[in-house]
Design a protein around this ligand. Structure first.
Ligand SMILES: *[C@@H]1O[C@H](CO)[C@@H](O)[C@H](O)[C@H]1NC(C)=O
Length: 166
């Protein structure tokens, strides 16, 4: 019984974890959103998924955040049709997959301070149409070993009770 509960708990964890792993990414970590920071390096090795959020933190008034396209990003333009986020604690939910571009629109922070970030957002972790399903194998092999463990347990119990019966 103890073993059964244990395996059920493991099975629940294996099933639930992938769909509840939405992450808040603090852009620049403890440096926040600022000039002269390598945001591409920061983004390297991170996996962004639909449902995650980016948090841009900075002293209000010092910077802002513009959500732009690749052209604007490359050239550090300041498009008039893009309303800046400027609360100093701007939370951007990643709602759709694909490439995303963010720049600071204050002074020459983008062109001279390299204050720009581009990321690729993958479909929701655990979603069936997921492009790079992050780790489908551990889940299924976990399930497989759970059922073989159950089988072994059943056989063991049957054997034990058989022995006792005889
Ligand atoms: C990029 O954004 C700018 C400003 O919002 C816009 O004028 C331009 O048409 C956009 N370019 C593309 C390829 O969408």
């Amino acid at each position: 019984m103890v073993f059964t509960k244990f395996f059920v708990a493991i099975a629940l964890v294996a099933v639930l974890v992938p769909s509840t792993s939405a992450t808040d990414f603090m852009v620049g970590d403890d440096k926040g959103w600022t000039t002269n920071f390598d945001y591409q390096k920061w983004a390297e090795g991170k996996e962004f998924h639909v449902g995650d959020r980016l948090v841009f933190k900075y002293p209000q008034g010092a910077h802002d955040v513009l959500r732009v396209n690749g052209t604007v990003f490359q050239q550090c333009l300041k498009p008039a049709d893009v309303p800046p986020l400027n609360s100093g604690n701007d939370v951007i939910p990643l709602a759709t997959p694909g490439k995303k571009w963010y720049i600071c629109g204050v002074a020459k922070h983008c062109e001279e301070g390299n204050q720009k970030l581009t990321i690729t957002v993958w479909p929701e972790a655990g979603s069936p149409q997921g492009l790079p399903a992050p780790n489908p194998t551990p889940t299924s092999s976990a399930r497989a070993s759970i059922s073989s463990a159950f089988y072994a347990l059943t056989v063991a119990l049957a054997t034990v009770s058989g022995v006792i019966m005889v």
